[in-house]
Design a protein around this ligand. Structure first.
Ligand SMILES: CC(C)(COP(=O)(O)OP(=O)(O)OC[C@H]1O[C@@H](n2cnc3c(N)ncnc32)[C@H](O)[C@@H]1OP(=O)(O)O)[C@@H](O)C(=O)NCCC(=O)NCCS
Length: 329
């Protein structure tokens, strides 16, 4: 949901930049039945830009806000004070435009709510502009879950983890050398590997590209020998984090760099991301080399910034920001 909301936030920002003079408060109310698959007729607030509002949940039966989805039509109110049931997101609001949003099947699932501090703000032209714009609204189903996606490089196949990979994961993750500088302990039993699989499956459900399994194309057994993933570190700030670990027998072959490139290309193309970051403990120069070879910039060392396995760790921080990013070939 975080990734999806970051996308909606981005959509709102672009929209506001096109008509800033009328967008004093702009946000999305969803049918709760759509957003949370709950048996409810309430509307719940999603991403918004403007003053914080206490109206995070409203009844579909109330105000102009409820009216747009109740009557499935655009509601353009020149003067909100004319209606005593009006529920403004801000006391300064004078006029309001609410446009219902359909899913791909034509079912109304959400609404765009725009509040303006001026009277009579929304002309017919503006109303038509916003009605046209909502056709590009990012729908929830377009982001969740992660599609069944695979990437191919010269030597590798990257795909989502399957429950059947459990033994392969255990085989490399039980090695204390592999687990030395990561947040997890070496796997003791298949139950530990099962936890990684459960984590992966729930992560894909949230649309996340993490972790992706690595397989050597020329391996007859097609064994999973590690993972590379991109975690949403702070969707609100459009920051993702790269993470990786592979079997010791494949270290030093440049495989993690090779695997990371198509994933990074993919997120910069498809996700609301401004910053990709990656951290490694100062004692792990192999990992720092991976980031350097990916063209990431060393930003500094954050002292005692991670508490891992009972100890505060000093971490090197690297980043790659959108303005510096050039797709890898
Ligand atoms: C860190 C890690 C991801 C590097 O991946 P990799 O595919 O082996 O990386 P590379 O082949 O590009 O090698 C990176 C550097 O490691 C060093 N290296 C190479 N072979 C090595 C080996 N057998 N043992 C130790 N270091 C080695 C080299 O300095 C190399 O840099 P160079 O190519 O400029 O010579 C991998 O070692 C690993 O999975 N480690 C365990 C998990 C981990 O620490 N994850 C990162 C947490 S931040």
């Amino acid at each position: 949901m975080e990734i999806y909301f970051a996308k909606v936030q981005e959509w709102l920002e672009v929209l506001k930049s096109k008509q800033p003079q009328v967008c004093d408060w702009i946000g999305i109310y969803y049918k709760e039945s759509y957003l949370h698959k709950l048996d409810s007729t309430d509307l719940v607030l999603g991403p918004y830009l403007g003053e914080a509002t206490e109206h995070t949940r409203i009844s579909i039966d109330r105000g102009f806000c409820g009216m747009a989805l109740r009557e499935e039509r655009t509601v353009n109110v020149a003067d909100v004070t004319t209606d005593s049931t009006h529920i403004a997101c801000s006391l300064k609001t004078r006029s309001e435009l609410v446009i219902p949003i359909k899913d791909k099947n034509g079912v109304y699932v959400a609404e765009l709510d725009i509040d303006c501090n001026k009277l009579n703000a929304f002309t017919k032209e503006l109303e038509e502009f916003f009605e046209k714009y909502v056709l590009s609204f990012p729908l929830l189903e377009e982001f969740i879950p992660l599609p069944d996606i695979t990437f191919e490089t010269d030597r590798l196949i990257l795909r989502k983890i399957h429950p059947k990979d459990i033994q392969d994961i255990f085989d490399y993750a039980k090695n204390p050398n592999v687990a030395r500088y990561v947040t997890w302990e070496p796997h003791q039993t298949l139950t530990d590997s099962k936890k990684l699989i459960d984590y992966a499956l729930s992560s894909y459900l949230k649309g996340s590209l993490e972790p992706m399994a690595l397989i050597l194309k020329d391996d007859p057994a097609q064994k999973v020998f590690g993972t590379v993933g991109l975690i949403a570190a702070s969707p609100k700030n459009r920051t993702y984090e790269l993470a990786y670990a592979i079997s010791e027998e494949h270290w030093g072959k440049g495989l993690v760099v090779e695997a990371s490139k198509p994933l990074i290309n993919y997120v910069f193309k498809n996700f609301a991301i401004e910053r990709l970051q990656c951290r490694c403990e100062i004692l792990n120069p192999q990992s720092a080399r991976v980031m350097e070879k990916l063209g990431m910039e060393y930003e500094g060392t954050l002292k005692a910034s991670m508490f891992i396995k009972g100890k505060a760790r000093d971490m090197h921080m690297y980043s790659l920001v959108r303005s510096d990013f050039r797709p890898y070939l």
